[in-house]
Design a protein around this ligand. Structure first.
Ligand SMILES: [Zn+2]
Ligand SMILES: [Zn+2]
Length: 171
């Protein structure tokens, strides 16, 4: 969904996105989009402030055990969109107050709201996706999901973290 600077009304314009065409479904699956809200406010003819919030339930695959699990993506974000030629001058003037904003320079005064949401959804994904802090993952010997069943090979297996600790202590 694209919004030109000219479409933003003087008092600001609010967008509540119901469609999910922007969602990065190729990265992980969306269970439900609870809300995606965007406010656009014109600071001047060349500068627009965007503030938004998104809440969605998604499904990840655990990095340790490979099982699917539910995760809540909750993000709020602020951007400053700038266009025009005196961009560098404005930046010097407002340097301090703009620390909280991601500044985006546009060739044309058009904001792609879907692209902003998509970027935020991707940024909200944790580096390590773990179904549970206590997830034991898979047994490296036989491959069973250790959250669901125990296997005979797990106790005392040579590559367990405890075996490594023992070795270190002995040295
Ligand atoms: Zn897991
Ligand atoms: Zn095993």
């Amino acid at each position: 969904m694209k919004v030109t600077f000219g479409q933003i009304s003087a008092g600001g314009t609010h967008y509540s996105l119901k469609d999910t065409g922007w969602f990065p479904v190729e990265e992980f699956s969306l269970r439900q989009l609870h809300h995606a809200e965007i406010d656009l406010l014109k600071k001047n003819n060349d500068t627009v402030v965007l503030e938004g919030e998104m809440l969605a339930s998604v499904e990840f695959l655990c990095d340790r055990c490979g099982e699917p699990f539910d995760y809540t993506l909750l993000v709020d974000f602020q951007y400053l969109f700038k266009t025009g030629e005196d961009v560098s001058l404005q930046l010097q003037d407002m340097e301090c107050s703009e620390d909280d904003y991601d500044t985006v320079y546009l060739d044309e005064p058009v904001i792609d709201i879907g692209e902003v949401l998509r970027e935020q959804a991707l940024l909200a994904v944790p580096v390590r996706k773990i179904c549970d802090d206590g997830c034991k993952g898979l047994c490296p010997e036989c491959g069973v999901v250790l959250a669901h069943e125990t296997c005979r090979c797990s106790p005392g297996r040579p590559d367990s973290p405890f075996a490594v600790l023992k070795k270190l202590k002995n040295h």
